[in-house]
Design a binder for this molecule. Structure first.
Ligand code: GLU
Length: 421
C-alpha cells in the first residue's frame, strides 16, 4: 500500500478506504460498483438545541451516516464523544456495512454520533439531547429504514429514550426502531454481553486454528467498557489468564492472572480500575507491547499504528473495538505473522445479537438466553471459518479476506437489484 502521512494514517475514513481499495482491486470490482461502495449513500448533520440545567441554551452537532441499505435496513450504533468527527462516523458506517455482510445478516450499515462529552452533562440534559437528536432524525430512522444501537458512551437507557421518542412521534410503541434496549422494553437476552461473547468465540476458534491451549494463553485487554469487561469475564471463566487490563486513566498487570470477578466488583464500587490491589499498576502504552498471547484492543480507533506495531509481542490480535489498527500497522503485523482477527469479524457479536433483537421485536416472541447464545456462536464460528478459508485460498490476510467476502456480498446484491434511475 502507498505511503501516507501520520495524520492520514490516523484518519479512520482513510483507514477504511485503504483496505476497501485494496480488497476491491483484488476482487476486480467494476469501476461503477467501486464508486458506489466507496461513498456513503446519505449523510445527515443535525444541530441539536438543548436547554441546560442552568437555564443556558446549548447547541450540539450530531451526525447519522447511512453507508448502504442494499442488503436491508441501515444498522449501527450511536456514539457520544467530544472527538466525534464526520470522517470517523463515515468510516464507522461503512465498517457496519462490511460487518453485517461478513456475518451475513440482512442489514446495511450506518453510524451516528454527537460531539459531546457525556460526563459533563446531567442525566436530564443527556435525555433531552438524545430525544431531540432522535426527533431530528425522525424521517430517516425506523425498523425498515435505519436501526440505531448503543456504541461508545451510550447504553440501554439511551436506547430506551430513543425508542420512546420515536414511538411518541408514531403514536404507537415501535420497539424495533433501535436495538440494545433494556430487556423489559423489548431488548434481547444476551445482547449486553454479545460483543464480548463474540470476542471470546473467535478467540476460541483462533486457538484451535493455531493449536494453542487456553490454560496457557495470556491475554491483555485494552479497554474495560462493555466489550472489554464482558470479554474478560467470559474468557477468565473458561480458563484464559487475563494478565493485563489497560484503561484511559491507568492500567493493571499481573503475570499470574487478574481475578476478573473481583475487578468487576471493584470497578462497580469505584467507577475506575485504578487502585485495584489484585494487580500492579502499569503504563497503558507499554501494556500494549507487553509479552502476551492474545491482545484485545477493545476501546477505540488508532491504538495499533506504524509507531508501535513492530513492538507488539502478541501472537493473536482480536479487535474488539472498531478500527483499532491502522492500515500502515496491518503491513507490519503481517510481516511479523501476527494472526489478526479483524474488527468487522471480531466485534460482530454485538450487531448479530442486535439482529436477533430486531427479529424478536418484530415477532413479538422472545427467545431464551440459551437460544440467543447458541445462534450467536453458530453465526460467528461459521463466519470465522469462512474468513480464514478465504484468506488461505486467496493468499490474503484475514482482514482483506473479510473485506473481500463482504464487498462481494454487497456488490452482488447491487448487481442483482440494479440501479434505480
Ligand atoms: N455499535 C456496535 C458496533 O459497532 C453495535 C451496532 C449494532 O448493534 O447495531 O458494532
Amino acid at each position: 500500500m502507498k505511503t501516507v502521512s501520520l495524520e492520514q494514517e490516523l484518519n479512520p475514513w482513510e483507514a477504511q478506504a485503504a483496505r476497501f481499495d485494496f480488497a476491491a482491486q483484488k476482487l476486480n470490482l467494476s469501476e461503477g460498483l467501486w464508486k458506489i461502495l466507496r461513498h456513503p449513500s446519505r449523510e445527515i448533520i443535525v444541530y441539536i438545541p438543548v436547554a441546560m440545567d442552568d437555564g443556558r441554551l446549548e447547541v450540539f452537532t450530531g451526525f447519522r451516516v447511512q453507508h448502504s441499505i442494499a442488503r436491508g435496513p441501515a444498522k449501527g450504533g450511536v456514539r457520544y464523544s467530544p472527538d466525534v468527527t464526520l470522517d470517523e462516523i463515515r468510516a464507522l458506517a461503512s465498517w457496519m456495512t462490511w460487518k453485517c455482510a461478513v456475518v451475513n445478516i440482512p442489514f446495511g450499515g450506518a453510524k451516528g454520533g454527537i460531539i459531546v462529552d457525556p460526563k459533563k452533562l446531567s442525566l436530564a440534559e443527556l435525555e433531552k439531547l438524545t430525544r431531540r437528536y432522535t426527533a431530528e432524525l425522525i424521517e430517516f430512522i425506523g425498523p425498515e429504514k435505519d436501526v440505531p444501537a448503543p456504541d461508545m458512551n451510550t447504553n440501554e437507557q439511551t436506547m430506551a429514550w430513543m425508542m420512546d421518542t420515536y414511538s411518541m412521534h408514531m403514536r404507537q410503541t415501535v420497539t424495533a426502531v433501535v436495538t440494545g434496549k433494556p430487556i423489559n422494553i423489548g431488548g434481547s437476552r444476551g445482547r449486553r454481553e454479545a460483543t464480548g461473547r463474540g470476542v471470546m468465540i473467535v478467540c476460541e476458534e483462533a486457538l484451535k486454528k493455531l493449536a494453542l491451549r487456553r490454560e496457557n494463553t495470556r491475554v491483555i485487554i485494552q479497554g474495560f467498557g462493555n466489550v472489554g469487561s464482558n470479554a474478560a469475564k467470559l474468557m477468565a471463566d473458561i480458563g484464559y489468564k487475563i494478565i493485563g487490563i489497560a484503561e484511559v486513566d491507568g492500567s493493571l498487570y499481573n503475570p499470574r492472572g487478574i481475578n476478573i470477578d473481583d475487578l468487576l466488583e471493584y470497578k462497580d464500587r469505584n467507577k475506575t480500575i485504578v487502585g485495584f490491589t489484585g494487580a500492579e499498576p502499569h503504563n497503558s502504552r507499554e501494556l500494549l507491547v507487553t509479552d502476551c498471547d492474545i491482545l484485545i484492543p477493545a476501546a477505540t480507533e488508532n491504538v495499533i499504528t506504524s509507531q508501535n506495531a513492530s513492538d507488539i509481542k502478541a501472537k493473536v490480535i482480536c479487535e474488539g473495538a472498531n478500527g483499532p489498527t491502522t492500515a500502515a500497522a496491518d503491513e507490519i503485523l503481517a510481516e511479523k505473522k501476527v494472526f489478526v482477527i479483524p474488527d468487522i469479524l471480531a466485534n460482530a457479536g454485538g450487531v448479530t445479537a442486535s439482529y436477533f433483537e430486531w427479529v424478536q421485536d418484530r415477532q413479538g416472541y422472545f427467545w431464551t438466553e440459551r437460544v440467543v447464545n447458541e445462534q450467536l456462536e453458530f453465526i460467528l464460528r461459521e463466519s470465522f471459518e469462512e474468513v480464514v478459508r478465504y484468506s488461505e485460498t486467496h493468499s490474503v490476510n484475514n482482514r482483506i479476506a473479510a473485506y473481500m467476502l463482504a464487498i462481494n456480498r454487497v456488490a452482488h446484491t447491487i448487481r442483482v437489484r440494479g440501479i434505480y434511475a
